[in-house]
Design a protein around this ligand. Structure first.
Ligand code: KIV
Length: 265
């Protein structure tokens, strides 16, 4: 039977029923197809595509146009999976108007189910403006890569009582603003668990421990494709870099030896 498309209400029901949501990033059509076939609940077209697809050092150079093209490919590959578009740096930082226009582009041009933006209380008016335009919003707090310079690098957040308290207040403000989903990145498990229990909306983890309502990983990390570094919280489920490099080496040898193409090719 074809998978039925999840809505934000289904994600809420999963939280209430204690069913964990499985979530990966995806940036292209084939990966989105594999994910839908594998039964993923959600996909994030993350601005991590800057590193994973374009070879940038971080997410900051990623543009709206790049995000839209990748969201369109993922939507085509996974028409029945809940797809979230990630708002890139400077697509919402300047004004509420910019936030609505750019969130609207995600919806109009690539038919995503929701948009995600980084930040807590400081982006509350942005979140409200996008919600007022009728879209679904996923908040993102903890380690927020777009502002990692202010955080002193890609560092776990919420490790002191004061910063844990600030995270809780950000989470409560995001929920009070009306956001339907929240992602916690690189937050101690006990702080993440507390927030997940405290909030009625689904709260997901990337490197924030097992007590959240679902887990997100960057697909290029979990399939062993991205090689620059692997965060400690990642479980590698495959060695795509190894498999592909070995296949290419065999091809090089076959061509040099003249054993490819053979008669059957
Ligand atoms: O861009 C992305 O993939 C993200 C995750 C790191 C949460 O925002």
């Amino acid at each position: 039977m074809a998978k039925t498309k999840l809505s934000v209400l289904d994600l809420l029901k999963m939280k209430r029923d204690g069913e964990k949501a499985s979530w990966l990033t995806a940036y292209d059509y084939p990966t989105a197809r594999f994910a839908e076939e594998a039964g993923l609940d959600m996909l994030l077209v993350g601005d991590s595509l800057g590193m994973c697809v374009y070879g940038y050092e971080g997410t900051v150079p990623v543009t709206m146009d790049q995000c839209i093209v990748h969201c369109q490919a993922v939507r085509r590959g996974a028409p029945r999976t809940f797809v979230i578009g990630d708002m890139p740096f400077m697509s919402y930082q300047k004004s509420d108007e910019d936030a609505v226009v750019n969130a609207g582009r995600f919806l109009k041009e690539s038919m995503v189910d929701a948009v995600k933006l980084e930040g807590g209380r400081r982006v509350i008016t942005r979140i409200k403006a996008i919600l007022d335009a009728g879209m679904v919003v996923c908040g993102h707090i903890g380690l927020t890569p777009q502002s990692s310079g202010q955080l002193g690098g890609h560092k776990a957040q919420g490790r002191t009582a004061e910063s844990a308290q600030a995270l809780v207040e950000d989470a409560l403000a995001i929920e009070a603003a009306g956001a339907q989903l929240l992602l916690l990145e690189a937050v101690p498990p006990e702080v993440a668990g507390f927030i997940a229990r405290r909030l009625a909306i689904p709260v997901y983890s990337i490197g924030a421990g097992p007590e959240c309502d679902g887990q997100l990983l960057i697909v290029s990390d979990m399939i062993g494709q991205f090689q620059a570094f692997t965060p400690k919280f990642v479980k590698k489920y495959a060695d795509v870099a190894g498999v592909v490099t070995a296949a290419m080496k065999s091809y090089v040898q076959d061509v040099k030896k003249g054993s490819f193409p053979a008669d059957e090719h």
